[in-house]
Each structure stands twice: as structure tokens, then as C-alpha cells.
Design a protein around this ligand. Structure first.
Ligand SMILES: C[S@@+](CC[C@H](N)C(=O)[O-])C[C@H]1O[C@@H](n2cnc3c(N)ncnc32)[C@H](O)[C@@H]1O
Length: 224
């Protein structure tokens, strides 16, 4: 994993720079803030409040370091929300690298330690992090992912389109859309005219939501 190195972001949380792709795993304006704002607040919390429910399934595209999972699991455990989390990741990090992110500083020790212990198993099967929370990471490319299940919320956290255009094209977005329930929410940190048009054509209603620090807007799409 010599093409991966740690980089500090503006809020003091670390991210990883992927030299092959030429891009960071998170916003350089703040990895933790981006995760909390785009995925937890604008995605999961929005879904829970809209539907007045206390359980949810989340599907993440690009599990990476697991930061989005950790902030989501932390919120769910504190608020007694039942969380069933699946990540799709073509190139899973090893647990040693995840341990070096320092993300344990932002969550309770019990969650951090359970996550590090269960991560290798979670690459093979759904693994309980707590009685209320399970995680599974599927080692596949997005287009190879398949599931009988549909999910309440999709966290779409692919590298930016300028670096990995194929993740944002019609084929990829059509594929991932199959796995979202009616009434489900799709969130991503980016927003472009083309992305909005594509999501609309796939049967979503589109909303421009305020972006994370450093970005004016982000996309939230609700499956009709
Ligand atoms: C922007 S980073 C995601 C960061 C991650 N959510 C985190 O919190 O660390 C994009 C991720 O997508 C993964 N990836 C790249 N190509 C992929 C593909 N075709 N299918 C699934 N994942 C892919 C990368 O390995 C990387 O982990």
C-alpha cells in the first residue's frame, strides 16, 4: 500500500492520499466534518426524521477507512438506533492502516476497539459491533456488487468524477439505484447538472442541500 499516505485536513482529522488516483479519501477542508455533515446529518439523520423510524440500513459506496461508518455507528449507539451497515470497497485497507487514522479520538473507545477487532471478519460476513449495530464490507467493484436486499440510505462516497469518471456514469448510478428502497435517500458530497439529470431520470426527486465546509452545495436524492 505504498501508494497510500496520510494527510492532515483542515479540521485536524487525517485522511489518506491515493497517489495512483491523485486524490484524497476525504475533503481536505475537513475529513471528520465532511463525514458528519454529508453522510450522517444530511443522509441518515434526514432519513430517520423524515420517516420517524428508529432503525435503518445503510449502503456505502467506497468504505475506505470506515470513517463514515464510525460516525454513523456512534450516533446510532448514542440514540438507540438499530443500524445495519454494508460497505462496498474494491480495495480494502488493512486494519493496521485503519488503526493509524486516529479516528478513535472522535468516538468512544469501545466502538473503536470493537471496530478494529471485527474489521477483518466484517470483510467476510456481517459482524456485530454492538447488539444494535452490524457491519459488512463487500470486497467488490461497484458494478460487481449484488444484493437481494434494498437499503434505506445510500452513502455515495466515490472518488471525484475528474479522477474516476466511471463511478458517476449512467451505468454505475443505474446499478446502485437498484439497491435503494422507495422513500430511501441517496447522498453524496458532489453536485453537478449531469448528476442531477441522471438521478432524476432514475426516478429520484432531487434536492440541493448545503454542502460541507469548502463546498456550497451537495446532492440529496429521494427515491420516489
Ligand atoms: C473517496 S474514497 C472513500 C472514503 C471512505 N468513505 C472513507 O471514509 O474512508 C473512495 C473509495 O472508493 C474505493 N473504490 C475505488 N474504485 C472502486 C470501485 N470500482 N468500486 C468500489 N469501491 C471503489 C476506493 O478504494 C476508496 O476507498
Amino acid at each position: 500500500m505504498s501508494h497510500l499516505s496520510f494527510v492532515m485536513t483542515a479540521d485536524g482529522s487525517k485522511t489518506i492520499f491515493n497517489e495512483k488516483i491523485g486524490e484524497n479519501y476525504h475533503s481536505r477542508h475537513g475529513a471528520l466534518q465532511e463525514s458528519q455533515h454529508v453522510f450522517l446529518k444530511s443522509g441518515l439523520i434526514h432519513f430517520l426524521e423524515k420517516h420517524q423510524v428508529t432503525k435503518a440500513s445503510v449502503l456505502e459506496v467506497g468504505f475506505g477507512t470506515g470513517l463514515n461508518f464510525l460516525v454513523t455507528a456512534d450516533y446510532c449507539l448514542k440514540n438507540k438506533i438499530e443500524l445495519d451497515y454494508t460497505g462496498i470497497e474494491a480495495y480494502p485497507l488493512n486494519v493496521e492502516m485503519i488503526a493509524q487514522t486516529g479516528y478513535g479520538d472522535y468516538i468512544p473507545d469501545s466502538l473503536w476497539n470493537n471496530f478494529l477487532n471485527k474489521y477483518p471478519k466484517a470483510l467476510n460476513e456481517p459482524s456485530e459491533i454492538d447488539t444494535l449495530c452490524s457491519v459488512r464490507i463487500i470486497e467488490k467493484e461497484l458494478l460487481q456488487f449484488t444484493s437481494q436486499k434494498q437499503f434505506d440510505v445510500i452513502y455515495f462516497d466515490a472518488f471525484a468524477a475528474i479522477h474516476q469518471a466511471e463511478m458517476w456514469n449512467l451505468d454505475s448510478l443505474t446499478h446502485i439505484s437498484k439497491f435503494i428502497k422507495p422513500g430511501g435517500i441517496f447522498v453524496t458530497y458532489a453536485i453537478t447538472g449531469e448528476l442531477k439529470r441522471t438521478m432524476k431520470s432514475l426516478g429520484f426527486s432531487i434536492e440541493k442541500a448545503p454542502g460541507a465546509p469548502g463546498k456550497r452545495e451537495m446532492l440529496r436524492a429521494s427515491k420516489l
